[in-house]
Design a protein around this ligand. Structure first.
Ligand code: MLT
Length: 282
């Protein structure tokens, strides 16, 4: 789907009109393609949508999206990503959806929950965290942003082709290392820099989770070194209605390292959101 000046929204699966869609938000520095492994395993009756976040894949840059939304173009922000997602969903007639995000996509899902709560009928937080960066992590992001802009290449984030995988799959799955490297190589330096600055600026959204009463699932690979199990447990502790799914032998990229339990966790979340949408059945 294309809507001028908005994020590019891909239909990964065309489902039944009366069923609430599933919206999948990708991680950094990737694009919507990382969700195909999971979508292939979901039942075919549900529409599955996945935008490319600002500057990634086929989407306009962060400043372009902010300009379209009449937001402050000077400030890279996860809020701009969330507002961009809300705008394209509304433009496509989506009023309510179950939203799941991996890592950076999870930050965007939590921003959506805070800024556009009416849109979110259920939330899936996959290998992500609700806390903000500490000073060291923030400084590292600004350094990466400076480097990719100076070099006009994304080599500074190539290390993620292995660091996002669990220790087991870094060795056992060279096919995945190669695929993730290809996805990273397809992204532009400006998108990478803007997203790093946006993530550095994100607030702690634990309180947003504390205020949310709808269905939720938190998924984490037990070998995730970037958003480890304690970060997932922290979110589950904050949420009222959360299920925790720990995926054995997977790292940060559970949707690709171990798509079956991720698809099954999302299918359960969708059923819970369907029930919650029917009065008296929550
Ligand atoms: C991701 O996978 O999206 C990144 O690890 C997010 C981050 O850098 O915090």
């Amino acid at each position: 789907m294309t809507t001028d000046g908005m994020l590019r929204l891909f239909t990964l699966r065309e489902g039944r009109q009366e069923k609430m869609p599933l919206v999948l938000l990708h991680g950094f520095p990737l694009d919507h393609r990382m969700w195909h492994d999971v979508t292939d395993l979901l039942a075919g009756d549900r529409t599955v949508l996945a935008p490319d976040l600002p500057g990634f894949g086929a989407s306009p840059t962060g400043p372009d999206i902010a300009r379209t939304l009449s937001a402050d173009v000077a400030t890279p922000s996860v809020d701009v990503m969330a507002d961009g997602v809300a705008a394209v969903l509304r433009a496509e007639g989506v009023e309510r959806a179950v939203v799941a995000g991996l890592s950076m996509g999870g930050y965007v899902a939590m921003a959506l929950l805070e800024r556009h709560p009416d849109l979110v009928a259920g939330i899936g937080l996959v290998d992500t965290k609700s806390t903000a960066d500490d000073d060291g992590a923030r400084a590292k992001r600004f350094e990466v942003a400076r480097t990719v802009r100076a070099e006009m290449r994304v080599d500074a984030v190539f290390g993620m082709r292995t660091s996002v995988l669990g220790a087991t799959n870094r060795i056992a799955r060279p096919d995945l290392v190669e695929r993730i490297e290809r996805w990273i190589r397809d992204q532009g330096p400006e998108a990478v820099a803007w997203a790093q600055e946006a993530m550095a600026d994100r607030p702690d959204r634990t309180r947003v989770l504390e205020g949310y009463t709808g269905p939720a699932v938190v998924v984490v690979g037990d070998e995730d070194e970037l958003s480890p199990v304690p970060a997932a447990e922290h979110m589950v502790g904050a949420l009222r209605e959360a299920e925790l799914v720990v995926v054995r032998g997977a790292g940060h990229m559970t949707p690709n390292e171990s798509p079956e339990p991720v698809a099954s966790a999302l299918a359960t979340l969708l059923r819970r959101a369907d029930r919650a949408a029917v009065p008296g059945q929550a």
